[in-house]
Write a protein that binds this ligand. Structure first.
Ligand SMILES: CC(C)(COP(=O)(O)OP(=O)(O)OC[C@H]1O[C@@H](n2cnc3c(N)ncnc32)[C@H](O)[C@@H]1OP(=O)(O)O)[C@@H](O)C(=O)NCCC(=O)NCCS
Length: 147
């Protein structure tokens, strides 16, 4: 398997089409325009096929580090801890904290992130989020070890 980082402006139409396909096969993901908010995207390939992606951007202010906009794996490759490759890659490359919002109903994502060491730090309730009323999510952080 191969993982690489692409700046948003370098995401080709072909890649974007494949990212949309992965998005569409996952009913748990609601935000269909995460690409608008990201600045870059990690791509996970297996034998030259894109099997997952993780869109992200840098944040500063109350929280400093990388905000994960959206992470999706092809169904066939889920529950194999492959998403950890994204977090390992970002931490190794950028040495900063990682942040992500996760719906309280997305048990799979919550479990995966918590097993990696993300911890919840805030609750958010959006009156409306991509058609869902009172969308409740937790903001999680993976703090890098600064020792
Ligand atoms: C969420 C996602 C990125 C996590 O990556 P992953 O590599 O598949 O996750 P992991 O293998 O690390 O962990 C998944 C855990 O959830 C568990 N799980 C799967 N479905 C579950 C469910 N419906 N309820 C509870 N737990 C569930 C798995 O058993 C596994 O736990 P385990 O390690 O104790 O067996 C990936 O599964 C995915 O693409 N899901 C669909 C899209 C999505 O929801 N993205 C997140 C929002 S942007």
């Amino acid at each position: 398997m191969k993982i690489y980082d692409i700046e948003k402006e370098n995401i080709s139409e072909k890649i974007e089409t494949r990212l949309n396909e992965l998005f569409s096969e996952n009913e748990n993901v609601h935000c269909n325009d995460a690409i608008k908010y990201c600045s870059a995207c990690l791509i996970l390939e297996n034998e030259k096929n894109i099997i997952g992606y993780c869109m992200y951007h840098f944040i500063s202010g109350n929280y400093n580090g990388i905000y994960l906009d959206q992470g999706v794996l092809a169904k066939k490759y889920q529950n194999m801890k492959l998403s950890q490759k994204f977090y390992d890659y970002l931490i190794e490359k950028y040495h900063c904290n990682l942040y992500a919002h996760v719906s309280i109903y997305n048990r799979q994502s919550m479990k995966s992130l918590c097993k990696y060491g993300f911890i919840p730090i805030e609750v958010s309730i959006d009156k409306e989020f991509y058609g869902i009323e009172n969308y409740t999510s937790l903001l999680l952080v993976k703090e890098i070890n600064t020792n």
